[in-house]
Design a binder for this molecule. Structure first.
Ligand SMILES: Cc1cc2nc3c(=O)[nH]c(=O)nc-3n(C[C@H](O)[C@H](O)[C@H](O)COP(=O)(O)OP(=O)(O)OC[C@H]3O[C@@H](n4cnc5c(N)ncnc54)[C@H](O)[C@@H]3O)c2cc1C
Length: 513
């Protein structure tokens, strides 16, 4: 099938099939021969031979190439253009399964290696350096951090820069950015759609978590011109989960990254557009169209708006927390964090399932994990099977424990003191303290409850089930008052909104299916 859609080529030993810094590359299926994949310093990562294939996540996201492929034995291969491959993934379920799983796993392995991807150069004490580190992690872009403390050369380089130019980011292939915003870094890496100054759409979805992506798949497949804007990285909270075990259809569980990659591919298949990172800043209700102003200066006029901005992690009320965040205090545990934490003492704070999942994942990665929570008994807040897993993987549990202060140097945690005065040594801390809704930007425009969650249906005086106090503006998922905070519910609510939008709006284009 690949041969039908691609081009058969041959290559001699030493030939480069793609190189660090290239804007794009084709999917390469090797028929015979051998190709080595190298990092930016020429270090070999892996070799693929006959029946193997080259490529990873950036084939789908469009990111700049950060690996080099060199032929090591005379090779015959099929090159399939990126655009054509994407179409094939929509059409062929088994190819899509094989490639998506391999791409996600390859990206996770690459994230654990040095010498790949972008270089972020700046002092750890700088909040801007930490912002970009956090963004790179959430983007799942492989990166290396280089601090002035590491060498005189770097210290001298940083010394010459204006504070606004810190951190310096070196891109694969040699480009350089000074003090970039998250958007500038994304664009430079070739990620994400760039919006026009003013866009007009049928359905604007604000937030690219499960609720937003659910609405995007159903909206676009039912013929609505659908745009999703996301302030950080698509996937939302679910995208940060190590393994979602209770999502229908995945009996062995599925990682948040894979679920998200599949959902985005599916939404795009039906023609939905996803634009990142763009942050909604104001909603101005209108008669025919509502206008949403974005922090980046663009505006989107939409016949219907879905608020699916979910919730954000609650922070720990201790002094100097921001000095540690992104360096030794985290809100998600993924492969880069697991690698940092191997054989280290790690504290996980929280009594919910997300805390348990992270604790188990870190313990399995070789960390010595203590889980701390406020209540007397974990069974009040955690699923039974996860309590068993904590025991199975040797996670120590401390009931009635609250952290009062952090101790360390230059962002590197050394110990914490609990409110009862106990001091515990930890090199890393993971916080899973529940979430607050991302709704501040809405002000009084839509009715919210006392905690800031958006009211819908009868509670908001609205006709539609998931409609807010503003007709034509809907809310779904974790951001909605009274919703059950689960992936499947968020997806279902997002999909339901599409039906409500259809009831309100006359159809504009023919449905896809
Ligand atoms: C670590 C972890 C593990 C979990 N495990 C499970 C599990 O195993 N099973 C399960 O069912 N549930 C699980 N959950 C819960 C589940 O992930 C959430 O219920 C679900 O993600 C909610 O989806 P949502 O789309 O409503 O919101 P979110 O996932 O919070 O997504 C909202 C999105 O909106 C974006 N956004 C916010 N403000 C703006 C703005 N102004 N402009 C543009 N974009 C904005 C955010 O960046 C975010 O990406 C887990 C959650 C976490 C944190």
């Amino acid at each position: 099938m690949l041969a039908e859609h691609g081009e058969e080529r041959t290559a001699e030993v030493g030939e480069k099939l793609f190189e660090v810094g290239d804007e794009s590359y084709p999917f390469i299926a090797i028929m015979e021969g051998e190709v080595a994949v190298l990092d930016r310093t020429g270090g070999e990562i892996v070799r693929h031979g006959g029946s193997g294939f080259l490529g990873e996540m950036n084939l789908l996201t469009g990111q700049t190439v950060f690996l080099t492929a060199v032929v090591t034995k005379p090779t015959r291969y099929i090159a399939v253009d990126r655009g054509v491959l994407k179409r094939l993934l929509f059409e062929d379920g088994s190819l899509s399964d094989l490639l998506l799983t391999a791409f996600v796993e390859r990206r996770e392995l690459l994230q654990q290696r040095e010498g790949i991807g972008i270089e972020i150069i700046g002092p750890l004490g700088s909040s801007e350096t930490r912002r970009l580190l956090d963004f790179a992690r959430r983007l799942r872009v492989p990166y290396s951090l280089i601090t002035p403390e590491e060498s005189e050369h770097t210290a001298a380089l940083i010394e010459q820069l204006d504070p606004a130019e810190i951190p310096l980011v070196r891109l694969p292939g040699g480009g350089e950015l000074r003090g970039p915003t998250n958007g500038e870094l994304s664009r430079a890496l070739g990620i994400g759609l760039e919006l026009e100054q003013r866009e007009e759409v049928d359905l604007l979805v604000i937030g690219g978590g499960p609720a937003g992506l659910g609405a995007a798949v159903y909206g676009a497949s039912e013929g609505l011109d659908t745009l999703v804007i996301e302030s950080t990285v698509v996937g939302g909270q679910a995208g940060t989960s190590r393994r979602i075990e209770n999502y229908l259809g995945f009996p062995a569980g599925i990682s948040g990254t894979e679920l998200t990659s599949r959902a985005v591919t599916q939404a795009r298949k039906f023609g939905a557009r996803t634009a990142t990172p763009y942050r909604a800043r104001a909603l101005e209700p209108g008669g025919k169209r509502h206008v949403v102003k974005l922090e980046e200066g663009n505006e989107v006029a939409a016949r219907a708006v879905l608020l699916a901005t979910g919730a954000e992690y609650r922070r720990l009320p201790v002094e100097d927390l921001d000095r540690y965040e992104g360096i030794s205090v985290f809100y998600a545990a993924g492969p880069p964090e697991a690698q940092l934490c191997g054989a280290q003492r790690v504290g996980v704070i929280g009594g919910g399932n997300s805390a348990a999942q992270a604790a188990v994942w870190l313990a399995r990665g070789g960390a010595l994990v203590t889980l701390m929570h406020r209540r007397a008994d974990l069974r009040e807040t955690m699923s039974h099977y996860l309590i068993d897993e904590l025991e199975r993987y040797g996670v120590a549990v401390r009931d009635r424990s609250e952290v009062a202060s952090l101790h360390g140097h230059e962002g590197q945690l050394e110990a914490v003191t609990l409110t009862d005065g106990t001091e515990l040594s930890f090199s890393f801390l993971f916080l899973f303290l529940g979430a607050i809704p991302c709704t501040d930007w809405l002000g009084d425009v839509v009715a919210r409850d006392a905690d800031g969650f958006i009211l819908t249906g009868a509670d908001a005086g609205a006709d539609g089930l998931l409609e807010t106090s503003v007709p034509g503006v809907y809310a779904a998922g974790d951001v909605r008052a009274g919703s059950t905070k689960r992936c499947a519910i968020a997806v279902g609510e997002g999909a339901t909104v599409v039906r409500l939008v259809h009831e309100r709006l006359p159809p504009v284009t023919a449905p896809h299916r």
